[in-house]
Design a protein around this ligand. Structure first.
Ligand code: PLP
Length: 404
């Protein structure tokens, strides 16, 4: 029998049995999203601070994005890069209004990891070198090239024979950079704020010395803005906080409002490194994703979502600070704009299901850290509601533990 939208057990059974089990599942069957909220099959509403893992920057099912997709779908869904297309050209025009001024060309792909793969190839060809430098705690994706640059030893255990040669520095430690073999490296890949590691914010000194060392060693500085970009940290690009200038920048997640897209943006020095046929993709730069992405960029600019992320981020951070004062569960919070984390004394399995049943969804980093990547359109009420749900959740867990 075909599965209906309300056949919860059927839906869960099929996903559990027919998808490879590579994801931790949270038990919510989401059927609808609008703005900062998701609804499950039973009509329950959840405040979505997972935000599609940082994708729902302009909110779920944003009117401007729907209209752009509908309009484009009526006209042309696929147009390979061997043909020109006005929607792709318009997106590129919008993109180059907002990327750093030294950037001059882009490669369009379908995911963050693919954007990283293109950056790897550009760096190898530009330098003739094949060693890389990345940071402990990093996350750049899980395709073989991107996985090489990702720290997480547990992701790599069975694949080590296939991986690139990468030297990992301590994130945030300029001394560790001094000892890194940048003279032999094609590139250093850095996130301007590390997400997967639990929202780790580096010092300006670390980021500027990475830039300085790259220039001296003739290796490329690749800045991964896949999670931190597009206004999330209070600036359009998180690396602006550190006053550095990447040679290559990668973008992904929310760029096309949920339609898959990754972009590798390249400075004029490296824009013609890759030649005809050296890197291509069937779907990269398709008109549907391009239309959605142009709409997303317009919303981010018109509504100054970076500024909203900064203001709401401060409010959220004050709220988390209050929780640290009232409860024992939270240990420490970190955040920049609307990229935030809360370290806890409990494991996420003890907290997240309770938090979700109280109406708030978030993601996590590691075993004891909640990570929050809400849509950048959240308002004061959304922030206060999220804090109040965390308050209720921690209060109930602590009362239960006391009575045991
Ligand atoms: C900083 C960063 N780089 C790369 C990626 C990989 O992107 P994708 O999952 O779209 O391949 C992610 C995804 O979480 C990310 O956060």
């Amino acid at each position: 029998m075909p599965i209906g939208d309300r056949d919860l057990d059927g839906i869960i059974d099929v996903e559990n049995s027919r998808l490879l089990s590579t994801y931790r599942k949270f038990g919510v069957v989401a059927v609808k999203g609008k703005g900062s909220y998701l609804w499950d099959a039973g009509g329950r509403r959840f405040l979505d601070f997972m935000g599609g893992y940082g994708v729902a920057i302009v909110g779920h099912s944003r009117r401007e994005v729907i209209d752009a997709i509908e309009d484009q779908a009526e006209r042309l869904i696929i147009c390979h890069n061997t043909l020109y297309n006005p929607t792709r050209a318009k997106f590129l025009e919008e993109l180059f209004k907002v990327v750093p001024r030294n950037m001059s060309a882009a490669y369009m792909a379908n995911s963050g990891a693919e954007a990283i793969e293109a950056a790897i190839k550009i760096a190898v060809k530009a330098t003739g070198r094949s060693l890389f430098v990345a940071a402990k705690g990093s996350y750049h994706g899980k395709t073989i090239g991107a996985l090489s640059l990702t720290w997480g030893p547990r992701y790599k255990e069975h694949f080590s024979k296939l991986l690139l040669d990468v030297h990992f520095v301590e994130y945030g430690d300029p001394k560790s950079l001094e000892d890194a073999p940048l003279e032999d490296a094609a590139a250093i890949f850095l996130e301007p704020v590390q997400g997967e590691a639990g929202v780790r914010i580096p010092t300006r000194e670390f980021m500027t010395s990475a830039e300085r060392r790259c220039r001296k060693a003739g290796c490329l500085l690749v800045i991964d803005e896949i999670q931190s970009g597009l206004g999330r940290t209070g600036r359009m690009w998180a690396h602006e906080h550190w006053g550095i200038s990447p040679d290559v920048m990668t973008i992904g997640k929310g760029i096309a409002g949920g339609i898959p897209m990754g972009v590798t943006v390249v400075s004029s020095d490296y824009a013609d490194v890759l030649r005809l046929g050296e890197h291509t993709s069937t779907f990269g730069g398709n008109p549907l994703a391009s239309a959605a992405a142009a709409a997303v960029l317009r919303v981010i600019e018109e509504e100054d979502l970076a500024r909203n992320a900064e203001r709401m981020g401060h409010r959220f951070s004050r709220g988390l600070e209050g929780l640290e004062g009232r409860f024992r569960i939270p240990r420490e919070h970190r955040g920049l704009g609307l990229m935030a984390a809360l370290d806890m004394r409990l494991r996420i399995q003890e907290v997240i299901p309770r938090m979700i049943s109280n109406g708030l969804i978030s993601t996590y980093s590691g075993l004891r850290t909640l990570r929050f990547l809400p849509p950048l359109i959240v308002d004061e009420d959304d922030i206060d509601t999220s804090i109040s749900i965390l308050d209720t959740t921690f209060g109930a867990i602590e009362r239960e533990k006391r009575s045991m």
